[in-house]
Design a protein around this ligand. Sequence first.
Ligand code: KMH
Ligand code: ZN
Length: 308
Amino acid sequence: MSGIIITCALTGSIHTPSMSPHLPINGADIARQGIEAARAGASILHLHARDPLSGRPSAALEHFNGFVPALAQETDAVLNLSTGGSAVMSLDERLAAPLAIAPEMASLNMGTMNFALYPMLGKDRDWLHDWEKPFLENTNDLVFKNTPRDIACILSKLGQERGARFEFECYDLSHLYMLRHFADRGLVQPPYFIQFVFGVLGGMGPDPENLSHMVRIADKLFGGDYLFSVLAAGRFQMPLITMAAAMGGHVRVGLEDSLTIARGQLARSNAEQVVKIREIVERLGRVVMTPDQLRATLGLKGAGGINA
Ligand code: KMH
Ligand code: ZN
């Protein structure tokens, strides 16, 4: 089996500040945790921004500029900017920072879907900020819009015009067929780096059978032209990504996807999750891919090509 890619998604837009004191919110904390995660073996850092005062998900360039330059200077990790942002943002808002920064990689969500976070309200909490509870409640009527026109726009502006390659976020079998459609139109080029996303309410559940089936259908649609990685939300994170590693796939960790390091125990940092999965995959006989091996594997433009 070839090397394994560890992606670390540092903060995301799903969890809110009251859920963990370790979730990085301001630019300095996102930068520090990203540097630690890269040193621990993450070759891709998947990036979202937050407003440093409220902790609210943000797509503002000024907030990305709070950590992107430090990550570019202090690590050789591949910086992967989210184009999903948060489901409450417009596409223009979501694209502002990636268009300005022109990263080596960007996420690309392959379908419109529900993105229901309100089950996280089930736990009693002391809320630090007024926005958190309504933000979660309103996800019972929230559409995460990623139409074919949106996808084509991102491919053209970030891919063709700025040389980015993509982490194709597939939350369902249907999203693989959407990727195949764009391949048939000649708008995406192999090798495709496909992130199978499990456990978001609105996408597929974290059942091992779903992972086997996603691989089966991806093999059929893309043959040898793709790599798959897995992320799973919440407590399914480590079990499902371990299964992916055993199957020859790649893995994503990070506090965007899960706040814990073990059942009921908060992770103290992103790096703690990187260290844990690294130990697991090395015990499985996999070797962690360096950022430069990853650049060669995916045909990335190189860190020199980004505006940071
Ligand atoms: N938050 C994850 C479920 C994106 O940033 O574009 C998927 C994700 C989407 O990372
Ligand atoms: Zn993300």
